[in-house]
Design a protein around this ligand. Structure first.
Ligand code: IVH
Length: 669
């Protein structure tokens, strides 16, 4: 018997597995058993293991993930990712129709679709193969999340039929209810906090570094437009995508429909307004699109959204319930948020027990009292809000609410500074949620990025009295950690290695991590560049601070206040002693200049000798300012490849100077 040629067998298996995957996930018509599918997959896995040269990024074996992405690369979109204009009433919908008819001089055909509530994604295919998947980002540049998108089973890795050589397809990645509930159930079992809603969890999941976790979460994707191919209509594009193997909205289930008048649109809205609760995923409205491509061109787009489409948003659901008690939550910075504890009610698919009351002004405005019947709404936000009080049902013995005057966690007197909405507990180093919150902020990914430590471990170490501030992290030793519950040698080593690695984090990031109020990422960079070291910064007086470009009174005062507290100075000294970078190194100092002072840059597109982040950094280390959108204040637009056309148009309109990467480098010399 002749031997099977491994290359041919890999190709055969790939084709077979892709077909069965499509049948199972897209068509819902499996032809073979899970067992048989797994056997084929195993065979392919084994072949790829013994012939690594035959392994392929788009192999069906990659669906389980495994690739780790450290930093998601920025990618410029070939076509800007616009948003949709929102309407909230029939009246506004009719306004849209009227404008459309006026331009087109007749009523066009419309396509109605559901508005999937998830995260937008742009996927590029070349020669029938998925090559790149990019998030929306700021609309012109997004993040490359290809490894994660490859794990979504309804997204084909290889296409079938009459696909064009190159095109882009866009859609929405959603977290179906069933998968979301399963995820939360398993988190609950593990004692981990539950996720608040499917949309934010989809968005967090698609940006996870470990694609094998993404693979296990059960994300889905609905595709809603094809770009880079000439179709006569939107509908034709969707039909073509179906032939190429994509999961597109079902006509049978009325996820998409064609109508020839705005009355038809209204019927679609009425139907889904009632039925949307039954859908296996979240929608927040419907999308109406003018179907014909020629008509779409006539209508055109603004810089933000197309004039040929509009979203109709369902009204936020509102329910009445009783407010039992107002309690107060203390944040990392000591900010106090009043919380309404409610008699639990079902709202938008979840049980609501609490709602934010924001601040004391809001309480006064609503005149809300304990015992009142209140109206709760869920908008786009995760936390529901109280929008009103049913005063007609108020009982006579309710009393006007007296706002807390002491911190519920540590008993310190609360203060409210002039001009601020929030009350604060100023007991930074003695108030448990502030201590834990500061440590959690410090170890975050964009700060000290300490792997191995999470909120739960911080809580545990705080309870064990091993962590009382950020400097304590650097005194942790294996012998202190090992006796604690759930601390195996491996996790202890992980924690300690993460802490050790954090000593190489550059000064601006360390300054951000320390958690001085109002000193976010950008301000920290600015201060670090300007002062060069924490020593210089803490010696600066208020005037010097205010005189730094972009540093206002509020930030300056906050920095000053921070360094006036002896405990903070002690903390900084301990961090220096532990070996953290609290000054710029020689190279960073030498790279600094004021050459670009007073100039504002927008950086757009993809560059060859430096990354976008490196260019932005170079602007900032040389005293310049980076903004994300073009305005009259922009001095230069540094233009890379594949820059979004809308940015270019805007720059030309405002007569902003365009420079290349090389010209920018020359400016620094
Ligand atoms: S079409 C030019 N169709 O809604 C904009 N978008 O609020 C074309 N979305 O960014 C978008 N479902 O992420 C379109 N059926 C649908 C959609 C949809 C959800 C999202 C999309 C867009 C956002 C705008």
């Amino acid at each position: 018997m002749s031997e099977i040629n491994p290359k041919i067998r890999v190709e055969e298996l790939t084709k077979l597995l892709n077909e069965h995957n499509h049948r199972y996930y897209v068509l819902n018509e499996p032809e073979i058993s899970d067992f048989d599918f797994d056997a084929l997959l195993r065979e392919l896995e084994n072949l790829e293991k013994s012939h690594p040269e035959l392994a392929d990024k788009n192999s069906p074996t990659q669906r389980v993930g495994g690739d780790i992405t450290k930093n998601f690369e920025s990618v410029a979109h070939d076509y800007p990712m616009l948003s949709l204009n929102n309407t909230y009433s029939n009246e506004e919908l009719h306004d849209f129709a009227e404008r459309t008819i006026k331009t087109l001089e007749r009523e066009p055909e419309y396509i109605c679709e559901l508005k999937y509530d998830g995260v937008a994604i742009a996927i590029v295919y070349e020669n029938g193969r998925l090559v790149r998947a990019v998030t929306r980002g700021d609309g012109s540049v997004g993040e490359d999340v290809t490894a994660n998108v490859r794990t979504i089973r309804t997204i084909p890795l290889e296409l079938t039929g009459d696909y064009p050589e190159k095109f882009e397809i866009r859609g929405e990645i959603v977290f179906p209810h069933e998968a979301f509930n399963a995820l939360n159930a398993s988190r609950e079992k593990l004692g981990e906090p539950k996720f608040a809603n499917p949309r934010n969890t989809a968005s967090g999941t698609i940006k996870m570094q470990d694609s094998s976790i993404v693979a296990g979460r059960g994300l889905d994707c609905f595709l809603y437009s094809v770009l880079g191919v000439d179709f006569e209509s939107h509908y034709e594009g969707i039909q073509a995508a179906r032939r190429w193997g994509f999961k597109v909205p079902s006509e049978e289930l009325r996820y998409i429909t064609r109508v020839n008048s705005i009355d038809g649109v209204e019927k679609f809205i009425q139907y889904w307004n009632k039925e949307r609760e039954q859908l296996p995923f979240e929608t927040d409205g419907i999308v109406v699109k003018v179907n014909g491509t020629a008509n779409q061109k006539l209508l055109g787009s603004t810089s933000k959204f197309p004039r040929w489409a509009v979203a109709y948003k369902f009204k936020a659901e509102r329910v009445a319930t009783v407010l039992e008690r107002v309690t107060y939550q203390v944040g990392r910075t000591g900010a106090i948020t009043p919380v309404a504890n409610l008699v639990p009610v079902q709202l938008g698919g979840t049980m609501v027990k609490r709602a934010s009351l924001h601040n004391s002004d809001q309480i006064d405005k609503l005149d809300v009292r304990e015992g009142d019947t209140v109206f709760v709404e869920k908008g786009g936000e995760i936390i529901p809000k109280i929008v009103g009080v049913d005063k007609s049902s108020r009982s006579e013995d309710t009393k006007k609410l007296v706002y807390a005057d002491r911190c519920p966690e540590c008993g310190e007197t609360l203060v409210r500074k002039e001009g601020e909405a929030q009350h604060y507990c100023l007991n930074e180093s003695g108030c448990p949620p502030q201590i834990k919150g500061k440590i959690q902020h410090f170890i975050g990914r964009k700060m000290m990025n300490i792997d191995g430590l999470g909120a739960e471990t911080v809580e545990q170490l705080f309870e064990a009295k091993l962590l009382n501030n950020i400097a304590d992290l650097y005194d942790l030793k294996a012998e202190y950690l090992l006796p604690l519950e759930r601390m195996a040698e491996k996790s202890v080593n992980n924690i300690l290695a993460g802490i050790e690695a954090s000593k190489t984090v550059p000064f601006p990031q360390v300054l951000y991590a320390i958690g001085i109020r109002y000193v976010g990422e950008t301000v920290a960079k600015k201060l670090a560049q300007h002062f060069g070291s924490v020593k210089n910064l803490l010696e600066a007086d208020l005037e010097t601070l205010v005189n730094v470009d972009e540093i206002g009174q509020k930030i300056a005062e906050s920095v000053k206040d921070y360094f006036e507290i002896p405990e903070n100075i002690d903390l900084i000294n301990r961090l220096i002693k532990a070996g953290l970078k609290l000054e710029l190194n020689k190279e960073e100092l030498e790279n600094r200049s004021n050459k670009l002072e007073g100039l504002t840059f927008v950086v757009s597109g993809v560059f060859s000798s430096m990354s976008r982040d490196e260019i932005k950094n170079a602007v900032e280390t040389n005293g310049g300012k980076v903004t994300s959108s073009i305005s009259k204040k922009t001095s230069y637009l540094i233009r890379g490849e594949n820059m979004g056309p809308s940015k270019l148009e805007k720059a030309e309109k405002l007569e902003i100077a365009l420079i290349s990467e090389e010209e920018f480098v020359a400016m620094l010399e």
